[in-house]
Design a protein around this ligand. Structure first.
Ligand code: 13P
Ligand code: SF4
Length: 359
């Protein structure tokens, strides 16, 4: 390493000031369940009372109260994915949604700080779209089996093998992968993204099942990768047919990260928000959501007269986010999400092309 390199590195290191140093840290508040806290959180308990027994609310309410207070003091906003637990989804989140909605809404927030309650690729997407804002994730280890299935180097090899074939990458990937990509997609817009490309052949990576499901809806030739969601790959068509037999008239709605054989026996397939809207609009008397476990509880709190049959497949990554970790995030300004400047511009372009696509 030359002297110049050393000086450049030192300058970069000194230019980086941690979020804790920029915003200051706050001392942990007393987390006792006082009558005042019980009163102030009563309206929130109403939304989650079917999932949290009254005696347990004493452990949740002080966190909910402290987070909501600190959020205002810090000028922070909480973005939460539909798979977050009901206490987070209904009691502290400002904006909830599927991956596309969260990416779109991330561009509209006025707050200085975004706390992303979801997995790491979601926080990275928010940071890409808001380079000037501080983006925090309560647990940076909240990963994703799809994101971990592929690297930027893998995509470079694919492009060498299929020169000229456009690359559509699911948002469930690292910024390193997005940087090698022509355009991103989510489960709610994958067909529109694929159809927007002129080429007759498209690389749709890394979710093999999402790609197989979209291949059934387009005339284009879809090439893919062997990535899978560890939650959705567990569902089987045989299991769903058994639910149908045991529950005559039940509607089964599935996420397109499931195998096509599973989607085949579903009455509807869509992104997490697509599934929520289906239940809210159609109000099926009995329904089974073929997706992560918390989704059913989160909608159940908002619709009456729908009976949810719940096979419970949890996403261990989404479940890393908890109220105590969200509070720590706001107190100590951790864990800050940064994107390597060497790849940020290219990764941002792929996400922005998706966000700006007219559907
Ligand atoms: P959507 O919310 O975009 O449907 O994605 C589901 C998912 O698995 C996110 O990790
Ligand atoms: Fe990844 Fe599946 Fe978890 Fe979503 S549910 S974060 S796709 S592992």
């Amino acid at each position: 390493m030359t002297m110049l390199d050393l000086r450049t590195e030192a300058a970069t290191a000194s230019a980086f000031v941690s979020a804790a140093a920029r915003f200051g840290v706050v001392e942990k508040p007393d987390l006792a369940f006082t009558p005042a806290i019980a009163r102030e959180t009563e309206h929130l308990y109403e939304k989650v009372k079917d999932f949290i027994p009254a005696f347990e609310w004493a452990a949740y309410a002080p966190y909910v109260h402290a987070i909501n207070r600190l959020k205002k003091e810090r000028n922070a906003v909480i973005l939460a994915h539909n798979y977050q637990t009901p206490d987070i989804f209904h009691c502290v989140a400002d904006i909830v949604g599927d991956s596309l909605q969260l990416a779109r809404d991330a561009t509209k927030v006025d707050a200085e700080i975004i706390v992303q309650c979801g997995v790491h690729f979601m926080a990275e997407t928010s940071k890409l779209l808001n380079p000037e804002k501080t983006v925090l994730i309560p647990d940076a280890k909240a990963g994703c089996s799809l994101s971990e299935s592929i690297t930027g180097a893998d995509v470079r090899l694919l492009k060498e093998r299929y020169p000229g074939v456009p690359v559509v990458t699911y948002v469930n990937t690292s910024a390193d992968v997005k940087a090698e990509t022509d355009i991103c997609c989510t489960s709610s817009n994958v067909l529109a993204v694929v159809e927007s490309l002129e080429s007759d052949t498209v690389l749709c990576i890394p979710d093999e099942y999402l790609a197989m499901n979209v291949a059934r809806q387009t005339n284009k030739k879809i090439l893919t990768w062997k990535g899978h969601c560890e939650v959705h790959e567990r569902f089987t068509a045989a299991e769903l047919l058994a639910y149908k037999e045991a529950n005559p008239g039940i509607e089964i709605i599935g996420h397109p990260e499931c195998h096509p054989d599973v989607i085949e026996v579903c009455d509807f397939s869509g992104s997490t928000s697509g599934m929520i809207n289906y239940v809210k609009d159609k109000r099926p008397p009995r329904v089974l959501l073929v997706t992560e476990c918390s989704m059913a509880s989160n909608i159940q709190a908002e619709v009456e007269g729908v009976d949810f049959v719940k096979p419970c497949n949890l996403c261990p990554h989404m479940k890393r986010i908890t109220l105590p970790k969200i509070l720590d995030s706001l107190l100590y300004m951790t864990e800050e999400v940064l994107v390597d400047p060497a790849i940020a511009d290219r990764a941002r372009l792929a996400v922005e092309r998706m966000v700006n696509l007219k559907q």
